[in-house]
Design a protein around this ligand. Structure first.
Ligand code: UDP
Length: 265
């Protein structure tokens, strides 16, 4: 039988690779305006000076990020996410990535603690938004709204939209994780311009996973995020599994570790 409107499945090794980053690969999607985002098992930190392959990480991040982006979409917070395709891949809308890492912090940790001498774990007086210029050669330097508008990375209106999105995502994520006994210390998100005809809107892009959040178990204080890798603590996959399990997205009978790609029908 013929399905003329159905995009033809293109095996992965024949798809055109658009971009390869540290933890993900982007392939050409099945239709114009779409891409396939592939999650690798690679973990990097300190601008890729530290690198390891951690079996199962990509599968978990794909699932956790799918869950978060689906909830955001359902709440009317626009994202690039369309649907998960298989264990390691998701179909996304092609957007024009704004070259900023947007960090939202609720509790002091990481670079904020070291830069300003505020002890890790200190509750911040309010949520704080920071911008970093996405540029590996420069080590993603922190920038202000002045830099962003002067160098044309985003307009003042776009910065307002990005900050409003970041606060909504923070409120949603903080509540989501609080409900499963996890404190959202901070997270990083990326945004992109989605063009629909002549209209453009800013959407959440990239991924939201324990690679890009700081998540602390409220009962024990245990870190359930990428700091386990950055700080050589071990147990990274187990922690990501714990996050997935608490969110109710892990099938206990089939731990994803080492499992090969499976096509979701
Ligand atoms: N983060 C990220 N990618 C980066 C830098 C930071 O996902 O390239 C996340 C990090 O996981 C944390 C938050 O952004 O949840 C704030 O990170 P911070 O500025 O404290 O930097 P770090 O301590 O990781 O150097």
């Amino acid at each position: 039988m013929d399905f003329p409107n159905r995009p033809r499945y293109i095996p992965m090794n024949r798809r055109r690779r658009i971009y390869e980053g540290k933890a993900k690969i982007l392939y050409e999607g099945p239709e114009p305006g779409t891409l396939i985002q592939h999650f690798k098992d690679d973990a990097t930190a300190f601008n890729a000076k530290k690198h390891e392959v951690i079996d199962g990480k990509g599968v978990l991040n794909n699932r956790i990020s799918e869950y978060v982006f689906t909830q955001l979409n359902n709440m009317g917070i626009p994202t690039h996410f369309i649907r998960r395709m298989n264990m390691r891949e998701q179909l996304i809308r092609e957007v024009e990535i704004i070259p900023l890492e947007v960090v939202v912090r609720n509790v002091a940790a990481g670079s904020l603690s070291s830069r300003l001498g505020i002890e890790e774990g200190t509750q911040l007086p309010r949520s704080i938004i920071e911008f970093y210029y996405k540029n590996d050669q420069l080590n993603d330097p922190m920038v202000s709204e002045e830099h962003i508008t002067a160098f044309g990375w985003a307009s003042p209106q776009e910065i307002d939209d990005i900050m409003a999105l970041a606060i909504r995502v923070n409120d949603f994520l903080a509540g989501l994780f609080l409900g499963v006994g996890i404190k959202l210390v901070d997270f990083k998100m990326e945004t992109g311009r989605l063009w629909e005809g002549d209209m453009m809107r800013i959407v959440v892009a990239d991924e939201i996973s324990p690679d890009s959040c700081r998540l602390w178990d409220i009962a024990t204080g245990n870190k359930l995020d990428k700091d386990r890798f950055r700080r050589d603590m071990g147990g990274l996959v187990e922690s990501y599994q714990e996050v997935a399990r608490r969110l109710g997205i892990l099938n206990e009978q089939e731990p994803p570790r080492g499992a090969g790609p499976t096509l979701v029908k």
